[in-house]
Write a protein that binds this ligand. Structure first.
Ligand code: BGC
Length: 771
């Protein structure tokens, strides 16, 4: 099995080859064009001592060498702003080659390049009409010779056994059309056609920056039921992004169909919410055993329905294969409360499902787009759970490219033709602020100022643009805003109709991005800029207070989101902050601890409460089980985070809204607060060079443990309470130091090592027992 050389480290070089495409004519208005297989036989004069394969494609590819798959990537080369940044992979394939006869080949699929993608039926051929492969195999042989096999006119093409493939619609595979061992040297390709040469803009090709998409886990169904009509209903017990792998003996059906859905309604798959992403895979085959999984599609689902299978159920092996960008897991949290643990698990699953080459909104319906607002609020959570440094800093390059092209930060990146409401692209707060806030998050969590340098122009362009739009009033109170998107008070079909004034949201974000930008400038040593953006932030703050505050910390538009923004974005201070905190706490209590925020407040409200000392209200909000709340999703059986607080209504039916997904991470962004407040681990210097360990034992929790693999090593905070005493174990890695805040109000400085603390929960004495 070939191993993948570290991503980002190896560039070929020089692409000395052209690309290849199928030679036959195609109808480019047909969404079901049949993709090609490509292959080429070649010979090596002696044993290979080093061989590397560099590959990219217009469309998607899966390479084979001498009959075996190269690497384990799926959906390669992933999605990016292809016109400017087409990523290539690098494989070490030394072990896969032999002296003498060899063969290389590739499966191909439409993918994002030319498959139908986007809203309302989507657009075909977004990046081009032809799928094409660019590969360069560089081999050093034992006799000293260097052989380069590029995708040139010596390759051959044949229509693929994949009859059609689409990310949204699904894939159809005809086993009878399998040409035999087509990527092996001995295969006779006489009947195959010579390829046509395809052009690639090699100047735009870059080494892949984030980890590739791979299958990271296999789920066994928790139930498999044969129904009266012969179909098989499969429940994996977990909503996820991926696909089925089926194995069965021969003679069990000539045509299998697999449908997918996130939820059941009345015992049937509920697919309305997929909209035009119909998500049906088909397997055709008249003989032979079945060992099949689609290659170039992906679905978001928990349930599947298999029809056409005539064999014995016990002969059918069904696996749910989980696919996402294969990031390193870095953060964990468990608590004494099982519902909170499930909530946290749901956040992890929604993150996995939506980190598929780019950060997407959802994995199931006809969107799966890089919505900038969703990742802006979720990035702090993501960067604790997994190492997302390369993944997000690569995507941020695409943000900057599209921002340049469209004159503002788009709603989603990469940009594809949008529904009328997204065209032309206009600047919107929360979403556009990704340009400033997400680079800062990456710097704060990973400590590498390179991302700040890389994104500086983009961040500045965003704030400067907002400053122009706001004008001398310093209020951003014009134009289209999504505001506190999906406030639970908004009508199901008008998610932007929030209780909080969208211009309050926009101006608060303007102030915060200006302040963050001044910090970015300071970090980069651009002191004039730092001063300028700090005074801009001060002016916007003043304007905000004059327009929306009564002067004593109360808001004229008193909402949970309004107060959360005012407090966390440093708009109210001191006595006014205390008053704002009290108002917010009262709003929470008045609503019976139910949440009243959408995307603009969901990552802030818990911090706003704890920053102003309202721990009990923060925990009451977190632990509430009535809709809308985080745990109401858990109580209704959620295994991922939902797009809406009530994607499933209290009566058990699916929310009738057009936009009802069961797998969106944005509302899961509370997990960042859980990590810092329940787990208790927060960075106080970039990259966790120093940390604050300050778990808050509230909400009836009797313990929690957080583990985080920081750039310096593992940080652990593990606490429990008995009747009167708080016990805390802290591990700090070498190179890192910190402060431990105990619930009795005392603080201790710690260096690296293991430390144990106790604190009385009644009195105020703290005792350091060991170090
Ligand atoms: C997406 C979101 C996104 C929103 C913006 C939705 O359709 O799924 O998560 O941020 O549109 O309007």
């Amino acid at each position: 099995m070939a191993s993948v050389v570290e991503v980002g480290l190896v560039d070929p070089l020089d692409w000395t080859t052209s690309g290849i495409m199928p030679p036959w004519p195609e109808d480019h208005s047909d969404p079901d064009r049949r993709p090609p297989l490509f292959r080429r036989a070649f010979s090596l004069p002696s044993a290979p001592v080093k061989a590397r394969l560099y590959v990219t494609a217009h469309g998607l590819y899966e390479m084979e060498l001498n009959g075996s798959r190269v690497g384990a990537e799926a959906l390669a080369p992933g999605w990016s702003v292809y016109s400017d940044r087409l990523q290539h992979a690098t494989y070490d394939v030394t072990e896969m080659l032999v002296e003498g006869d060899n063969a290389i080949g590739s499966w191909m699929g439409d993918g994002w390049w030319r498959g139908r993608y986007g809203f309302h039926g989507g657009t075909l051929n977004i990046y081009g009409t032809d799928i094409a492969l660019l590969a360069q195999l560089e081999v050093k042989c034992a006799d000293g010779s260097k052989i380069v096999i590029g995708t040139d006119k010596h390759w051959k093409a044949s229509p693929s056994p994949i009859l059609r493939s689409s990310l949204y619609v699904g894939e159809e595979f005809d086993n009878d059309a399998m040409p035999g061992p087509w990527s092996s040297a001995e295969f006779d390709d006489m009947g195959w056609a010579p390829v046509k040469i395809a052009q690639f803009l090699t100047g735009t090709i870059v080494p892949q920056e984030g980890p590739p998409v791979r299958c990271t886990e296999e789920l066994v169904p928790v139930s498999t039921e044969r129904r009266d009509d012969g179909s098989i209903l499969v429940d994996f017990g977990q909503n996820f992004a991926g696909r089925l792998h089926l194995r069965a003996p021969s003679g069990v059906g000539r045509e299998l169909e697999v449908r997918h859905a996130e939820v059941l309604q009345d015992g049937e798959l509920y697919v309305r919410t997929l909209r035009d992403a119909i998500s049906i895979d088909r397997y055709l085959g008249s003989e032979g055993s079945i060992d099949w999984e689609p290659r170039f599609t992906i679905h978001g689902f928990r349930y599947a329905e298999i029809s056409g299978y005539t064999g014995d159920l016990s002969d059918l092996s069904i696996l749910g294969r989980v696919y996402h960008s294969d990031m390193r897991r870095t953060g964990w949290l468990t608590t004494s409360n099982e519902s909170l643990n499930r909530l946290h698990e749901n956040v992890v699953w929604s993150m996995k499902s939506n980190f598929v080459s780019i950060p997407t909104d959802c994995p199931q319906r006809d969107e799966r787009l890089g919505w900038t607002g969703d990742i802006q609020v979720f990035a702090p959570t993501a960067s604790y759970l997994f190492d997302v440094d390369g993944f997000l800093s690569g995507w941020l390059k695409d943000v900057a490219l599209e921002q340049n092209r469209f004159g503002t930060v788009p709603w989603y990146v990469p940009v594809i033709p949008g529904a009328p409401q997204w065209t032309p692209i206009v600047p919107g707060a929360v979403w556009g602020d990704v340009a400033v806030l997400t680079p800062w998050t990456l710097f704060e969590r990973y400590g590498d100022s390179g991302v700040l340098r890389q994104q500086y122009q983009s961040a500045r362009d965003w704030v400067d643009q907002v400053a122009r739009l706001a004008g001398p009033s310093r209020l951003w109170d014009t134009g289209r805003q999504l505001g506190d998107w999906l406030d639970p008070a908004a009508p199901a079909d008008q998610p932007a109709m929030a209780l909080t004034d969208p211009y309050l949201v926009a101006t608060a974000y303007f102030a915060w991005s200006s302040r963050r930008l001044s910090l970015i400038a300071e970090t980069l040593g651009k002191l004039d800029d730092a001063r300028y953006y700090r005074s801009l932030a001060d002016e916007v703050r003043e304007a905000f207070l004059t327009r929306w505050s009564t002067g004593d910390g109360r808001l004229v538009n008193p909402t949970q989101t309004g107060y959360a923004l005012a407090i966390v974005f440093d708009l109210v201070r001191d006595e006014a902050a205390r008053r704002a905190g009290a108002e917010l706490a009262a709003l929470v209590t008045e609503r019976g601890n139910r949440i009243g925020v959408g995307f603009a407040g969901v990552n802030l409200i818990s911090d706003a409460l704890t920053m102003t000392g309202h721990h009990e209200e923060a925990f009451a909000l977190l632990l509430e089980e009535q809709t809308p709340s985080w745990l109401s999703m858990v109580a209704k059986g959620a295994t991922t985070i939902w797009e809406r607080w009530d994607s499933l209504l209290d009566d058990g039916t699916v929310n009738p809204g057009q936009m009802t997904s069961f797998n969106h991470y944005a509302l899961g962004s509370v997990a960042d607060w859980m990590h810092r407040t329940i787990g208790g681990i927060a960075p106080t210097e970039a990259g966790y060079r120093s940390v604050r360990v300050a778990p808050i034992p509230a909400g009836g929790l009797t313990g929690a443990r957080a583990d985080f693999d920081s750039p310096y090593g593992r940080i652990t905070s593990d606490w429990k309470v008995d009747d009167t005493t708080f016990h805390l174990d802290v591990v700090v890695p070498v190179g890192c130091s910190g402060v431990v805040d105990l619930p009795d109000g005392s603080s201790r400085e710690v260096e690296h090592g293991s430390h144990h603390f106790t604190a009385s929960l009644i009195g105020s004495s703290t005792q350091r027992e060991a170090s």
